[in-house]
Design a protein around this ligand. Structure first.
Ligand SMILES: N[C@@H](CCC(=O)N[C@@H](CS)C(=O)NCC(=O)O)C(=O)O
Length: 251
C-alpha cells in the first residue's frame, strides 16, 4: 500500500510550486498547513524536517528503501519528486544538467528577488513610518524582477519551455513569474514570457495545483490590526536570537 506524501505548505508561490508538481506527477498527497503568519514554522515537528524555518517541505513515508524521508527547499523537493515519479526530469545527463541550472536559477534568483520585491511593496509600507525610506528598496527589487524577466525572455526565444520540453524548471518559475505585473512590470515587453505563462496556465494539473490552499489564503491583515502585528512578529526582523526564542515558545 502506498502512503500519501505529506506536503507542509502555505499558499505562496514557493508552496504552489510543489502542489502543482504533485498534481502534474499524479502523486497522492495530504496537505499539512504551515500558517507562517502565526508562527507554525517554528514548531518543533516542522523544524525537525525544515531547519531553515521555511516552507515548503515534504515527508514521503515511502522513501528510498521503503523508509520515510523528509526534504526541505523547493528545488531539491522538485528534483526528488521528479526522480520518484519519473516525470518532467529526463534522465539524459545533458538535459538534466540544464534543468538543474534553471531550477537553481529560480531558487537563487527569482524566489529571493521577487520575494524581496513583494516584501517592500506589500509589507514594508506598514512597518516603516516614512514611505520615502523604502523607495530605494522598491526600485532595487523591481529592477531585479525586470532583469530576471529579461533573462527568461531571452531563454524562451525559439523555445516553448525553459529546457525544450515542459519540466520541473518551468514548474519552479511559473508561480512567481505569473505575478510579475504586481511589481509594475509591463508584460508586453516580455512576449515570450507571456506566451510561456499562457501555455502553462492551460494545463489542467497546473490549474488544480494553483488552487490548492485557496481556502487558507486571506486578504492581507489591516495595517495596525492585531493580526498584522502577529504576522509581522512571526515573519519580519528575524534574527538568530529571535528565532531561538520563537522555537522555545513554540515547544
Ligand atoms: N528557498 C526556499 C524559500 C522558501 C520560503 O521563503 N518560504 C517562505 C514563504 S514563501 C516561508 O516559509 N517563510 C516563513 C518565515 O519567513 O518564517 C524554497 O525555495 O523552498
Amino acid at each position: 500500500m502506498t502512503h500519501p506524501i505529506e506536503l507542509y505548505f502555505w499558499p505562496t508561490p514557493n508552496g504552489l510550486k510543489i502542489s502543482i508538481a504533485l498534481e502534474e506527477m499524479e502523486l497522492p498527497y495530504v496537505l499539512k498547513p504551515v500558517a507562517i503568519g502565526k508562527g507554525d514554522q517554528f514548531k518543533p515537528e516542522f523544524m525537525a524536517i525544515s531547519p531553515n524555518n521555511r516552507m515548503p517541505a515534504i515527508v514521503d513515508p515511502d522513501g528510498p528503501g521503503g523508509k520515510s524521508i523528509s526534504v526541505f527547499e523547493s528545488g531539491p523537493i522538485l528534483q526528488y519528486l521528479a526522480r520518484k515519479s519519473g516525470k518532467f526530469y529526463p534522465s539524459d545527463e545533458r538535459k538534466r544538467v540544464e534543468i538543474d541550472e534553471w531550477v537553481a536559477w529560480q531558487i537563487a534568483n527569482v524566489g529571493p528577488m521577487f520575494g524581496q520585491a513583494s516584501h517592500f511593496r506589500n509589507y514594508a509600507p506598514n512597518l516603516v513610518d516614512d514611505p520615502e525610506k523604502i523607495a530605494y528598496s522598491v526600485a532595487r527589487y523591481n529592477n531585479e524582477v525586470n532583469r530576471l524577466l529579461g533573462v527568461l525572455e531571452r531563454r524562451l526565444t525559439g523555445r516553448d519551455f525553459i529546457v525544450d520540453e515542459y519540466s520541473i524548471a518551468d514548474i519552479a518559475s511559473y508561480p512567481w513569474v505569473k505575478i510579475a505585473q504586481v511589481f509594475n512590470q509591463d508584460m508586453s515587453n516580455f512576449p515570450n514570457v507571456q506566451a510561456w505563462l499562457d501555455r502553462i496556465a492551460g494545463r489542467p494539473a497546473v490549474q488544480k495545483g494553483a488552487k490548492v490552499g485557496a481556502e487558507l489564503r486571506k486578504p492581507p491583515p489591516a495595517p495596525g490590526s492585531a493580526e498584522q502585528k502577529e504576522a509581522a512578529k512571526a515573519l519580519f526582523g528575524q534574527t538568530a536570537a529571535s528565532v531561538s526564542a520563537a522555537i522555545k515558545s513554540a515547544n
